[in-house]
Write a protein that binds this ligand. Structure first.
Ligand SMILES: NC(=O)c1ccc[n+]([C@@H]2O[C@H](COP(=O)([O-])OP(=O)(O)OC[C@H]3O[C@@H](n4cnc5c(N)ncnc54)[C@H](OP(=O)(O)O)[C@@H]3O)[C@@H](O)[C@H]2O)c1
Length: 275
């Protein structure tokens, strides 16, 4: 069981932390406008921190859950309020900030006791895929405790380095957007064929839910599952051949690579800003 303070209590922090509630013994939340921290601390049966100077001692983990562009201001005001440099035992910093590498966190908090995480929006329904990258100063015991918390909210995967973390982010962090876009396109097709908007959405949602469960429950690879729906020269085959002619696979791979390359750019910008 852990003692946690979150700086920021927006969509992602709420979704993730509520999922981990059972593994948190004491919970504190701070947001500048107070409202969201109050809401989350009530749901978590924790405590609202109105002034960072009142942050409790002996915390295990501090979650950074504000926007990346708020990093410098938010971290500076937190460090000043709690007299960070003078703290005898520093809590582990757990950052969910996109595009903010470990090196930037390390420099800012003068500590290697840092963790990067990348949850995704399915956290909202307890089905998070959380990517994790540990800094060198995090102990085995702390890693275990965090892993236990993350598994309460969904699944987690420990990356070995920043490149792996950013590549996996292109898939699981951004992935829900690709899925929703594909869903939108299929629903649009049904509407164009005369189905009602609501019915079109229901058909597509059930398609994704059912297919996801099938992938999860069947011990078969994606290709085998695909082939089971596809008979040579049949209707599904016709559609898949159309995708192939449009180089769907090539497009997917280059979209993911462009996502990763953008992460590299953001990483460089973050590192330069910090220096
Ligand atoms: N959405 C996603 O899919 C996703 C996925 C993975 C990671 N993330 C990361 O999660 C983080 C939060 O995203 P979000 O979508 O949850 O944002 P959000 O809903 O806009 O929430 C941001 C929170 O940060 C607080 N905040 C602002 N300035 C602060 C400061 N100086 N000190 C402490 N808290 C401060 C805000 O407080 P107020 O309520 O007072 O404004 C608000 O509660 C981002 O860094 C993002 O990169 C998001």
């Amino acid at each position: 069981m852990s003692r946690i303070l979150t700086l920021g209590a927006g969509n992602m922090a709420s979704a993730l932390l509520l999922g981990m509630k059972d593994k948190i013994s004491s919970f504190y939340a701070f947001t500048p406008s107070v409202t969201k921290a109050r809401e989350l601390s009530e749901k978590m049966e924790g405590k609202l921190i109105e002034d960072l100077k009142d942050s409790p001692k002996g915390l295990d983990f501090i979650f950074l859950a504000f926007k990346p562009q708020q990093f410098e201001k938010a971290s500076a005001s937190f460090k000043e309020s709690v007299n960070w440099e003078e703290l005898e035992s520093k809590p582990v910093i757990v950052s969910m900030l996109a595009g903010t590498p470990l090196a930037v966190l390390k420099e800012s908090f003068s500590s290697d006791r840092i963790v990067r995480i990348m949850p995704n929006t399915p956290s909202l329904v307890g089905k998070a895929m959380i990517l994790v990258l540990f800094g060198k100063g995090v102990s085995e015991e702390e890693k275990e405790r965090l892993s236990e918390m993350f598994s309460q909210a969904g699944k987690y995967y420990i990356c070995e380095n920043e490149d792996q973390f950013d590549a996996a982010t292109a898939v699981t962090g951004s992935g829900p957007a690709y899925i929703f876009e594909f869903a939108r396109q299929m629903a649009l097709y049904l509407e164009e064929k005369g189905l009602e908007k609501k019915a079109s959405a229901t058909l597509v949602k059930q398609l994704f839910t059912g297919s996801s469960l099938l992938m999860e429950n069947e011990d078969q690879d994606f290709e085998t599952l695909r082939n089971k729906v596809t008979s040579k020269k049949g209707v599904t085959y016709e559609a898949l051949e159309t995708f192939k002619r449009g180089d769907w696979q090539g497009m997917t791979l280059s979209a993911l690579e462009n996502n990763f390359q953008r992460s590299l750019e953001l990483r460089k910008i973050a590192l330069k800003l910090e220096k």
